[in-house]
Write a protein that binds this ligand. Structure first.
Ligand code: NAP
Length: 475
């Protein structure tokens, strides 16, 4: 389907700026140009930080911040079709999934507005010790300062919303660098924030060479926090380079799911088929490794494989499409290589494992050893493994057996099995009787181990973007 090419400028200090250099944004499905964005570098990044610092000299009261956030949610609702279409065009995300993302961004802004209104410190019970007698103490929550934000390609709207909305709720100005492949949704969101009455400098958006912009955000001491969502390879290096900055990382996963013998197998099979291949598996919590207790293994496959084969591949602009392209050719080649490595390593491809035109067919791999890349690295493609396990112990050990720890899932009808998994799975979130791809935007969301060091969700992000200042009054 033909799309209209958009031209977008950078936002610095409330002005839409052109630098003379442009970056083309191409559809991952058709290769057509869907937009072009003016390109920023180190100079523009410094100017953006100046503007953010200047803006924060005149704090915005909480009620105004909340009103702006509510208005952005309203704009997202009114312009839903345009917003979803922008996500779909630039990311190649099927419209079904793009619509969900657009609605979720409304929810992110709505929750952030609530947080803006209730941002407060707490009383300290001073007479609880002899030393504190005769004193009154409380804390104030202060915005941490200018926030740098770097976001990935796969949720080009809602993951940007998870950076911008809590920062504004916390009273912080932002310098945002969205992914170069998908900057249009972020710039559209910036337009909606401006229309919602955000004063100049509170949001600045730059698109350009990642390391050039990233270096300034990391090295400039006026940027007090950097909130990064993306790959571990980039994220942990940024954190290492700025030990004094609050560097908040939301990184990858190789998401496991355990299906216990006693589970509702039909509902598990349905949830797995829907959540291993949505957006071609390019979600950090896409189902990747399924461990089924041996007595239920055949029953599970009988229900799972036909559902996978029913998924509709095709043009992401088509409202009926379930699975579209991966982001680019490099990603496609890498995923196909990993499938070949699995085959060569003795695993069996039960369905998929090849291209349908330019698209990777949803691929299910059985008997995949833990050393294979599809088992221990993040595939970020429409591929999952299904292994039979002898016991819950073995399943938990395998699920924990990678360097990642974002979210994991278990299907069981036994309370004690669910609670045991909740205790023993080493992940930031354990989801019971639902795919671990599940996320509602108010949840504390984030990982342990290599998957990150923070929690997003407006209430949690606001806390991380504020400092507590203690006030003690001698009575
Ligand atoms: P990526 O390659 O790490 O890129 C993420 C962002 O970092 C992009 O804006 C990129 O800019 C920028 N970047 C790259 N190199 C940089 C550098 N040296 N300095 C500063 N910034 C730099 O990740 P991706 O491929 O876009 O996203 C996929 C990854 O994100 C997966 O691992 C996925 O699991 C993870 N993810 C995690 C979560 C979560 O919440 N935990 C959510 C979604 C995705 P350019 O685009 O300009 O290169």
């Amino acid at each position: 389907m033909a799309v209209t090419a958009l031209e977008r400028k950078l936002l610095i200090g409330g002005e839409w700026i052109e630098t003379g250099d442009w970056i083309d944004v191409a559809s991952p499905y058709s290769g057509e140009t869907v937009g072009r964005v003016t390109k920023a570098g180190a100079d523009e990044t410094r100017r953006a930080i100046d503007a953010a610092e200047e803006a924060m000299r005149e704090p915005l009261p909480a009620h105004k911040r909340a009103e702006i956030l509510v208005r952005v949610a309203g704009h997202l609702g009114r312009r839903h079709d345009e917003v979803a279409r922008t996500i779909s065009d630039e990311a190649g995300k099927p419209m079904k999934a793009a619509r969900v993302e657009a609605r979720r961004a409304m929810s992110t802004y709505t929750f952030a507005a609530v947080e803006a209104r209730k941002l407060a410190g707490e009383m300290v019970p001073m007479d609880a010790s002899q030393a504190g007698e005769g004193k009154l103490a409380f804390t104030l929550r202060r915005p941490i300062g200018v926030v740098g934000a770097i976001s990935p390609f796969n949720f080009p709207l809602n993951l940007v919303a998870h950076k911008l909305a809590p920062a504004l709720a916390a009273g912080c100005a932002v310098v945002l660098k969205p992914a170069s492949q998908t900057p249009l949704s972020a710039l559209l969101l910036a337009e909606l924030e401006t229309e919602a009455g955000l004063p100049p400098g509170w949001l600045n958006v730059l698109v350009g060479p990642a390391s050039e912009i990233g270096d300034v955000l990391i090295e400039d001491e006026r940027v007090k926090a950097l909130t990064f969502t993306g790959s571990g390879a980039v994220g942990w290096k940024l954190a290492e380079r700025a030990p004094k900055k609050r560097v908040k990382l939301e990184l990858g996963n190789a998401t496991p799911v355990i299906i216990a013998e006693d589970a509702d197998i039909d509902s598990a099979a349905q949830a797995m088929a829907a959540n291993a291949f949505s957006f071609a598996g390019q979600s950090c919590i896409s189902v990747q490794r399924i461990y089924v207790e041996a007595p239920a293994y055949d029953r599970f496959l009988e229900r799972f494989l036909p559902r996978v084969e029913e998924l509709r591949l095709g043009d992401p602009a088509d409202e009926e499409t379930d699975v579209g392209p991966v982001i680019d050719e490099d990603a496609r080649e890498r995923i196909l290589e990993w499938i070949e490595e699995a085959r060569a390593g003795g695993a069996r491809v039960l369905t998929g494992g090849e291209l349908d035109g330019e698209l990777i067919r949803p691929t299910v791999i059985a008997a995949a050893g833990p050393e294979l890349k599809v088992s221990c690295e993040e595939v970020f493609g429409p591929v999952c493994t299904v292994n039979s396990v002898g016991s819950l112990d073995e399943a938990i050990e395998l699920a924990n057996g990678t360097r990642y720890g974002l979210q994991a899932g278990i299907f069981t009808t036994k309370l004690e099995t669910a609670l045991r998994a909740a205790q023993e799975l080493e992940f930031g979130g354990v989801i019971v009787n639902e795919a671990p791809t599940f996320r509602a935007d108010q949840m504390p969301y984030g990982g342990v181990k290599d998957s990150g060091n923070t929690r997003e969700g407006p209430a949690y992000a606001v806390r991380e973007l504020t400092d507590e200042r203690l006030v003690v009054i001698d009575l």
